[in-house]
Design a protein around this ligand. Structure first.
Ligand SMILES: [Zn+2]
Ligand SMILES: [Zn+2]
Length: 450
């Protein structure tokens, strides 16, 4: 069983080990960055399997389960940040290679386990400082808050990533480029991200002595809490030792953690999720008087107000009200099925796009990406029960059919969907367009309590 390749040459055992960083330097050292496997994309089937398993275990253990609207919002954020990588290559790697090629001071051998271990701690050390800055500097928080905007805490939360964050982390990793070869760096950046997937869960409560060294689900739950005792704590990626050394460690207590932002987002709109805090800073910047205060709005903590300490006054943090209220606008059964079918079609097409991006023209890729972005926004509007959602969907279905008709009349392959699926996909889009034309409406149920 363990030797059966699931995707490419990744076996079940290999794929599972990678999540826990249980890999050896020998099997993950390469001379050139181009030789480094795309560990994150290879992990996609394992992500999905783990999410399904967590859902079942949460059901059996009577723990909070992933909600479709929230999971949709997290997966959308992931798609957005991945798509930006297709357009603007991987920023971490591009900047790193540039600095290494031009400015490196020593050349650590790529095939030495010492280089590998040095880089393991190096990447996590700089990740700690990136992450701490992302919480303590308002303009960086505007990017990172996307990850914290979920009011749930489960494996799907790990997928909720900011589009701009990767460009910020790349700057923090630059000092490593003075010595560590890009190939080894690239392996560790990917494993650091992979490791951070499985710690987003309520299923694992305590890992005994491992809690002293590693960033665990328990430590990271505290990091995601909006309870006053959780704010600005536990920034580590793989290790928790940096928090213990630099004084930002906080162990989990018996107080029930309320997840999410201090001022909840209350929207499933994926574009607004990415932009809301930038807009908030822009408004506050102009409302605040005095040059030094304006600069503080950008550079001090998100909770800072004139006259308060750099990271804001802890007394200003609202206490948690129980039972915890979550934003929970959602769809009828029919609407849910609709989004599931279309979302599955979009995700399949998205995976195919990544696999085939080299064969497609730049314009083709841009066109398909714009359509994806529009699709996700349209689903967000459906979940939020916006009045214009049905018009967005009608336009989306018609646009697909028109482009499809045009490509077929030109005898062109759509380049994204294999021809054997196109009949089925066409059927779904025609039925959907008719559904919106006949003006069927979605029902809504509002905020529920946990
Ligand atoms: Zn964070
Ligand atoms: Zn997290």
């Amino acid at each position: 069983m363990d030797n059966t390749p699931l995707l490419g040459n990744v076996t079940l055992l290999q794929g599972s080990r990678r999540f826990f960083f249980a890999v050896t330097p020998k099997e993950t050292s390469f001379s050139k960055p181009g030789d480094v496997p795309d560990y994150l994309n290879e992990a996609v089937p394992f992500f999905l399997g783990a999410i399904a398993l967590e859902y079942i275990l949460a059901f059996l253990a009577d723990l909070p389960r992933a909600r479709l609207n929230d999971a949709f919002s997290s997966v959308s954020a992931r798609v957005y940040s991945q798509l930006s990588r297709i357009i603007v290559l991987s920023a971490e790697l591009a900047l790193y290679v540039f600095v290494y090629d031009n400015f490196h001071l020593v050349t650590l051998p790529w095939d030495s386990p010492w280089t590998w271990y040095f880089c393991l701690f190096g990447v996590d050390f700089f990740y700690y400082w990136f992450h701490r800055a992302a919480h303590e500097i308002n303009i960086l928080w505007a990017a990172h808050q996307v990850h914290h905007s979920s009011e749930d805490y489960n494996l799907t939360t790990a997928l909720r990533q900011s589009v701009v964050q990767q460009y910020i982390t790349s700057i923090f990793y630059v000092p490593l480029a003075l010595a560590v070869p890009p190939s080894i760096f690239w392996v560790h950046v990917q494993f650091n991200l992979l490791y951070q997937f499985w710690i987003h869960t309520e299923i694992v409560r305590c890992l005994g002595p491992l809690e002293y060294i590693f960033n665990t689900p328990s430590h990271h739950r505290v990091h995601h809490g909006r309870n006053p005792y959780c704010i600005d704590k536990n920034y580590g990626g793989t290790f928790i030792i940096w928090d213990r050394i630099f004084g930002t460690f906080q162990a989990e207590t018996s107080e029930k953690i309320a997840y999410g932002l201090v001022h909840p987002l209350a929207s499933w709109d994926p574009i607004w999720t990415q932009l809301c805090h930038f807009s908030h800073i822009w408004k506050t910047f102009w409302e605040t008087s005095g040059v030094s205060n304006k600069l503080s709005v950008i550079c001090k903590g998100p909770g800072w107000t004139p006259g308060s300490p750099r990271l804001g006054d802890p007394a200003d943090l609202p206490e948690i009200e129980y039972p915890i209220q979550k934003y929970d606008n959602s769809l009828s059964f029919c609407g849910t099925m609709y989004v599931l079918v279309h979302f599955a079609a979009a995700i399949v097409a998205y995976q195919l796009l990544i696999a085939r991006k080299m064969e497609m023209t730049q314009l083709h890729v841009l066109g398909v990406i714009s359509y994806f972005l529009y699709t996700i926004s349209s689903f967000g509007a459906l979940f939020d029960n916006k009045w214009y959602a049905q018009y967005m969907e009608l336009f989306r279905c018609l646009l697909f059919l028109i482009v499809d008709l045009f490509l077929s009349s030109q005898n062109l392959d759509t380049g994204v969907l294999p021809s054997k699926y196109i009949g089925m996909i066409r059927g779904i889009f025609i039925a959907s367009a008719l559904f919106w034309i006949t003006g069927s409406f979605m029902s809504t149920k509002n905020t529920k309590t946990e």
